[in-house]
Design a protein around this ligand. Structure first.
Ligand code: UDP
Length: 320
């Protein structure tokens, strides 16, 4: 009998790619999303597939799923800085109350649960690159605190359910990820730079652009998460691409790859914006035999093509 997986936040950028992966691996998938930041278009291609079911629900309330559940992948949360600044209470609630409900479901169903955590648990890191043993440098009362602390609480309660109730748990710490189905207007560096470059607008680099990030293409991330789900590792594992770049260089790369004439302008650096970020992925390499395969040039090419097609279809909708 095939296994059943519940994906919370399954209509989001990462959640929808996970639904695709799990269906392709032969699982039945129950996608739960309240569509606050998720988008039904990300999963519409799965409607009609007999192994796929969608439940519109806010997981901060009691979750009822009939029948057996083998895996739960908990991906529900606003995840881009603009979203969690606009939705601070919902972000705190889904990370705390939502994670509690999802763990309760895992305990009830005797299911294995994988929590989507984040490199934000490291805050503005004082060690570089970031290893899983590092406890982080987070400002609890700053604007990013609503996301960072919600995810830190989510990790804590996940470990408590593991230790106290014996629930099978996995924790992935996700670093910056990009690819098709990212929202054009989610305010993150990559969609902002690509849409600005494609529209010939100024490309907005925050601060002097010397802060670094390490961008992972979505298919690599999903593969790593799937391997972690099937592994025995209960402590957090970093999944990301260690190829690090300054945000200024990244903006220049996007302008070059899009063939745009846009200029770079500088805007104020947001509060508590991490100065560096790079995953140490030794643990994922050793335990999961995983490492990313798609380099930035290739990943960017695919993502730019996707954004071009998206903005064409948005423009044609407007003109109808
Ligand atoms: N950033 C930028 N211009 C933008 C959006 C973001 O320079 O229009 C910067 C942001 O300040 C951060 C980096 O790009 O230093 C990555 O930001 P993103 O929002 O993608 O995610 P974060 O890694 O901060 O969670």
């Amino acid at each position: 009998m095939s296994k059943t997986a519940v994906v919370t936040g399954g209509a989001g950028f990462l959640g929808s790619h996970l639904c695709d992966k799990l269906i392709a691996e032969g699982l039945n998938v129950i996608c739960i999303d309240n569509l606050l930041t998720g988008n039904i278009n990300n999963i519409s291609h799965l409607f009609g597939n007999e192994n796929f079911q969608f439940i519109k629900h806010d997981i901060t309330n009691f979750i009822h799923v009939p029948g057996k559940v083998d895996y739960i992948l908990h991906f529900a949360s606003p995840a881009s800085p603009i979203d969690y600044l606009k939705l601070p209470i919902q972000t705190l609630k889904v990370g705390s109350l939502g994670t509690h409900k999802v763990l309760g479901l895992a305990k009830e169903k005797n299911a294995r649960i994988l929590l989507a955590s984040t490199s934000e648990v490291y805050g503005d890191p004082e060690i570089h690159p970031q290893r899983e043993e590092y406890w982080g440098n987070v400002n609890p009362i700053g604007p990013r605190g609503v996301y960072d602390e919600a995810k830190r609480f989510a990790e804590a309660i996940t470990m408590a359910y593991h230790r106290f109730h014996g629930v099978e748990t996995r924790i992935v710490r996700i670093f910056n990820t990009y690819g098709p189905r990212m929202r054009l207007a989610d305010g993150r560096a990559l969609p902002a730079f690509v849409s600005q470059a494609l529209n010939g607008e100024d490309v907005t680099v925050f601060g002097d652009g010397s802060q670094t990030r390490s961008f992972c293409y979505v298919s690599d991330l999903i593969e790593g998460i799937y391997k972690l789900l099937l592994s025995d590792e209960t402590e957090p594992v970093n999944i990301g691409n260690p190829s690090e770049i300054t945000i200024l260089q990244f903006a220049e790369e996007v302008i070059k790859q899009t063939g745009s004439k846009s200029k770079i302008i500088h805007k104020e650096l947001p509060e508590d914006d991490p100065k560096v970020r790079q995953p140490d992925i030794s643990k994922a390499k050793n335990i999961l035999g995983w490492e990313p395969k798609v380099d930035r040039a290739e990943g960017l090419r695919i993502t730019i093509d996707y954004f071009k097609a998206e903005s064409r279809s948005q423009n044609s909708e407007v003109s109808i």
